[in-house]
Design a protein around this ligand. Structure first.
Ligand code: ATP
Ligand code: MG
Length: 477
């Protein structure tokens, strides 16, 4: 039977069968489905050819594929030459179109990231999570959903991972089975392979959006209200030390970026990150990036070392992408010794949890400080905790803006100035209607800000309630 006829027959067979066979990762037919999950089914013969050719290509190219001395053009030429040769050896007659499609798909796979390409190219996808070769999830519109795409084997996935990490001069193998890397477009990648990952290689990609979310975007989405923007901008302008807390992927870094945009142009900013994510528009800016240890376990430069170094760089502001460990102590000390206006983020479930996490991190610095001394440092260093959450409707909102006060007995006092109004309920699409509401508390630092000539928005003090009260009093008279 000619290939064209076989193609038609398979399409008819597939269309008429109501139950599809279960996908097995090593099933060659899975290959085609992986690349065309929504369209008409691909064909076994073509899939077979594609898989065979691809494997032969990998075998021929061997380690040359991961040779970092080859530039992109040279690699492309080498792969295309080998592929052309392999295709010429094939005996199956192909139409020009089929041939072009196979060459395009194989080269995309060998030079690119296979079934992940479409999600990488799709700006509405914000995260890609590969649990196993045949289980790929994505995040779209704040919701995490499974996809029909698959790698056709663990080996296939492993090669995509190797391509990613080799591009940044790293290696992934049994001796270093865990790697953080970044794609050329800035997307953040974490890969982990057996024996650490139990069910085969795993990959997580945080897409780098082409355009960072701006203050106006966050207001439009409902993450912030105009009042909270005005309030936070006054706090940043007034050099308060602000921590953004929240769970994984809650939008902490994005909010930190927005908060940083409120820093006046004439201040010297030092940013310190594990991998650069912040996008600052200020001119007077120096950016530092930490470095993981090399293959021999040497040469590490930790966030903590950079924080210490930054103090010698005459910074007006120190922005640490995320505090995770011992650097917390150095940051607190910097904040308490005149480096006001520092900003950072940390993982925590609530503002209160953020403070206790900070305490644990200070202990990680290994200085053996008494807990009370640590709490006093935290209370005098941190002015404000802004907490973010990813709500169950998929939206990301600021849920708490809380002032860090003094020590009261053994605890640090924490007062909410704005809270998310969960009580407002949900609309018919299941979205939370509520926004940030002032609690009516007047922050203790408002005097400090006023002295600096920075006015806080009236809404901070629950002025609507005050106006209503005045109105009532007038009527009463
Ligand atoms: N307010 C928001 N509304 C909608 N999407 C957002 C918002 N903030 C961030 N995002 C998106 O959510 C994803 C995670 O954002 P971000 O990197 O800021 O989170 P994070 O809390 O710093 O994550 P991590 O814990 O991994 O550091 C990104 O894709 C980003 O574009
Ligand atoms: Mg982050």
């Amino acid at each position: 039977m000619k290939l064209g006829e076989r193609l038609k027959q398979v399409e008819v067979e597939e269309a008429s069968s109501s139950t599809r066979p279960q996908l097995v990762s090593n099933d060659p037919a899975a290959w085609g489905r992986a690349h065309a999950p929504a369209g008409p089914r691909s064909v076994d013969a073509l899939d077979d050819l594609k898989q065979r050719t691809q494997q032969a290509l990998f075998a021929r190219l061997g380690s040359r594929l991961y040779d970092s001395s080859l530039d992109a053009d040279a690699l492309h030429t080498m792969v295309m030459d080998e592929l052309e040769e392999l295709m010429a050896e094939e005996e199956i007659p192909l139409t020009v179109e089929e041939r072009q499609r196979i060459v395009a798909e194989i080269s995309q796979d060998v030079l690119g990231y296979g079934p992940l390409e479409r999600y990488l190219a799709d700006p509405s996808v914000t995260e890609i999570m590969v649990n196993t070769a045949d289980s790929i999830y994505i995040e779209r519109d704040g919701k995490i959903v499974p996809t029909p795409s698959r790698f056709f084997s663990d080996e296939h996935l492993r090669r995509a991972i190797e391509r990613i990490v080799s591009q940044v001069g790293r290696r992934i193998d049994e001796s270093s089975p865990m790697v953080d890397a970044r794609l050329a477009d800035g997307s953040r990648v974490n890969a982990i392979i057996p024996p650490l990952s139990v069910d085969g290689p795993m990959l997580t990609i945080r897409k780098f959006s082409r355009k960072a979310l701006s203050t106006d975007d966050l207001v439009a989405i409902g993450t912030l209200t105009p009042d909270t923007v005005e309030f936070l901008s006054a706090c940043v302008n007034g050099r308060l030390n602000v921590l953004v807390s929240g769970g994984t992927g809650a939008g902490k870094t994005t909010l930190l970026n927005v908060l940083s945009s409120f820093i006046p142009e004439d201040e010297r900013i030092v940013t310190i990150e594990d991998s650069v994510e912040l996008r600052m528009h200020q001119e007077h800016l120096v950016r530092l990036e930490s470095r993981p240890p090399n293959i021999e376990g040497k040469g590490q430069v930790a966030i903590r070392d950079l924080v210490r170094n930054s103090l010698r760089m005459r910074p007006d502001r120190i922005i640490v992408g995320e505090v995770r460990g011992g650097e917390a102590l150095d940051m607190l000390q910097a904040m308490n010794t005149g480096h006001d206006g520092s900003l950072s983020t940390l993982h925590a479930n609530s503002p209160r949890d953020a403070l206790s996490r900070l305490e644990t991190m200070v202990l990680m610095a290994g200085m053996d400080l008494p807990v009370r001394a640590i709490r006093e440092q935290i209370a005098s260093a941190i002015d404000l905790v802004v907490h973010m959450s990813r709500l169950r409707d998929g939206t990301r909102r600021v849920t708490h803006v809380s002032e860090v006060g003094y020590m009261e007995g053994e605890v640090i006092s924490l007062s909410d100035i704005y809270l998310f109004d969960y009580g407002a309920g949900i609309d018919d699409r299941g979205r939370f209607i509520g926004t940030m509401k002032p609690t009516g508390l007047r922050p203790a630092f408002s005097d400090k800000l006023e002295q600096l000539g920075i006015a806080l928005p009236a809404g901070v003090f629950g002025v609507d309630d005050a106006v209503a009260l005045l109105e009532e009093m007038r009527n009463y008279r």
